[in-house]
Ligand binder design. Structure first.
Ligand SMILES: *Cc1c(COP(=O)(O)O)cnc(C)c1O
Length: 397
C-alpha cells in the first residue's frame, strides 16, 4: 500500500508519545507525576454541564447549521464586543470542533504549495504540522529567551518574501506563556498592514493572564488589520471544556465562507447540545474563571521560584497560559545509569525513568534546550514532582 505523500509529511506527536508512556507506567501501578497536560485540571463549571444535559433531554440532538447555531454566534459576537471591542456579523463567525479545527480549516483554505507561512519558534507543534499538510513551507522565526520569546519587528520584516501568505501569532503562547504587550502588537501590526499579510491570531489563552498586561487583539488595532486578521478562540482553556470540542474563528466573510464549505464536507456542525452549553459558558457568570485564574497564578509563582532554585535549570516568569518553559541545557552531556542525557528528549526520558516525572521535551516545540512543565495539575503534585527532580539533580550533578 502506498500512502498519499500528504500523510507521510505529518510527524507523530511527541507529547502524545510521552502521555502513552505515562499511562503505561500508571497502569503498572507506578506513580508518575505528569507535567505534560495541555488542559486545565479543573472540572467544567456545573451550570455549563447542566445546560448540556437540559439541551440533550429536550431533544436538541440533530444536525445544526455547519458554522454554528444562531444563539452561539450571537454569544461569540457579544464576547468580541465585550472583551476586544471588535464588531462582527454572523457571516464573519464560524464555530468548529475545537479551536484546533478552526485553525486547521483556516490553514487549508489559505495556504498551498508555493506559499510560505511564518511562525515563531518555540511553536505549538500543530501549527507546523498543519502548515506542512497544506503544502506550504513553514518559515520559522527563532525567538530568543532574552527577548522573552517574542517576535521582534525586524525579525518579522526579514522573513517576509513575495511568497509570504500567512503569519501565525499566539499570545499568550503555548509553550512559553509569553504575552505580547499592546505596544509590541502595534509594532508587529504596522509591518503586517504595510505588507498586507494575512494573520492568524490564536487567542485561546486570552483569559489566563497573571500580570497587568492587557491583551490586545491584532484585529482591534485598525480596520485594515481587522480585514487581515483571523481571530481564533474557544471555550476549551477558558472554561475547562477541552473535551467538549468547541472553538471558533472570526474574520472576513470570504475566509469564513471557505472554511464553512470545508467543514460542510468534513465534520459538519460541532455537537448540537454542546453548542447550547457554550452559549451559557460565554453569556453566563464569569466568576469561576477568576477562581481558576487565581489558582493557576499561585501555582505559577511557586513553580517558577522552584525551577529557578534548581541547579542547572532556569526559566522566565511567564505572564500567561499554564506552562513554564525551562532552560535545561546545563543538564546535558551527562550519563545517568547508562542513559546519555544529551538533548531534551533524552532528558525527559531520564526524568521519567529515574524520577517518575513526565515533562514535554522542547524538541516538540522546535526548542531543544528546553522542557515544558504544565502547571495545570494540583499544587501537591507540583510540589512532589519538583521535589523528585531536585533529588535526582542533587544525586547526579
Ligand atoms: C489547546 C490549544 C488550542 C486548541 O484548543 P481546542 O479548542 O481544544 O482545539 C489551540 N491553540 C493553542 C496554542 C493551544 O494550546
Amino acid at each position: 500500500m502506498v500512502l498519499a505523500k500528504r500523510a507521510t509529511l505529518i510527524s507523530p506527536s511527541l507529547t502524545l508519545g510521552i502521555t502513552a508512556k505515562v499511562n503505561q507506567l500508571c497502569s503498572q501501578g507506578i506513580d508518575v507525576i505528569g507535567f505534560g497536560a495541555g488542559e486545565p485540571d479543573f472540572d467544567t463549571p456545573v451550570y455549563i454541564k447542566e445546560e448540556a444535559i437540559r439541551a440533550l433531554n429536550s431533544g436538541f440532538t440533530k444536525y445544526t447549521a455547519t458554522s454554528g447555531i444562531k444563539e452561539l454566534k450571537e454569544a461569540i459576537i457579544a464576547k468580541f464586543q465585550r472583551d476586544n471591542r471588535l464588531v462582527y456579523t454572523p457571516e464573519e463567525i464560524i464555530v468548529s470542533c475545537g479551536a484546533k479545527h478552526s485553525l486547521y480549516n483556516a490553514i487549508q483554505v489559505l495556504c498551498e504549495k508555493g506559499d510560505e507561512a511564518i511562525l515563531a519558534s518555540p511553536y505549538w507543534n500543530s501549527y507546523l504540522e498543519m502548515i506542512k499538510l497544506s503544502g506550504a513551507k513553514p518559515v520559522i522565526i527563532k525567538t530568543k529567551e532574552k527577548d522573552g520569546f517574542k517576535i521582534l519587528p525586524e525579525a518579522l520584516q526579514q522573513k517576509i518574501s513575495p511568497k509570504t501568505k500567512l503569519l501565525i501569532l499566539n499570545s499568550p503562547s503555548n509553550p512559553t506563556g509569553t504575552v505580547y504587550t499592546p505596544v509590541e502588537i502595534k509594532a508587529l501590526g504596522r509591518i503586517i498592514a504595510d505588507n498586507n499579510i494575512m494573520t492568524i491570531s490564536d487567542e485561546i489563552y486570552e483569559k489566563l493572564i497573571y500580570s497587568d498586561v492587557v491583551p490586545v487583539s491584532l484585529a482591534s488595532l485598525s480596520d485594515k488589520l481587522k480585514s487581515l486578521t483571523l481571530v481564533i478562540n474557544g471555550v476549551s482553556k477558558t472554561y475547562a471544556m477541552t473535551g467538549w470540542r468547541i472553538g471558533y474563528a472570526a474574520g472576513s466573510k470570504e475566509i469564513i465562507k471557505a472554511m464553512t464549505n470545508l467543514q460542510d464536507h468534513s465534520t459538519s456542525n460541532p455537537v448540537s447540545f454542546v453548542q447550547k452549553a457554550a452559549v451559557v459558558a460565554l453569556n453566563g457568570p464569569q466568576n469561576e474563571l477568576e477562581t481558576m485564574r487565581q489558582e493557576f497564578k499561585k501555582r505559577r509563582d511557586y513553580m517558577v521560584a522552584r525551577v529557578n532554585s534548581l541547579k542547572g535549570l532556569s526559566c522566565l516568569n511567564p505572564d500567561g497560559a499554564f506552562y513554564v518553559f525551562a532552560n535545561v541545557k546545563k543538564l546535558f552531556n551527562k550519563n545517568i545509569k547508562g542513559l546519555e542525557v544529551k538533548d531534551s528528549l533524552s532528558l525527559a526520558e531520564c526524568w521519567l525513568n529515574e524520577a517518575r516525572v513526565a515533562v514535554v521535551p522542547g524538541a516538540a516545540f522546535g526548542a531543544d534546550n528546553y522542557v515544558r512543565f504544565s502547571y495545570a495539575t494540583s499544587f501537591e503534585k507540583i510540589k512532589t514532582g519538583l521535589d523528585r527532580i531536585e533529588t535526582l539533580i542533587n544525586k547526579y550533578y
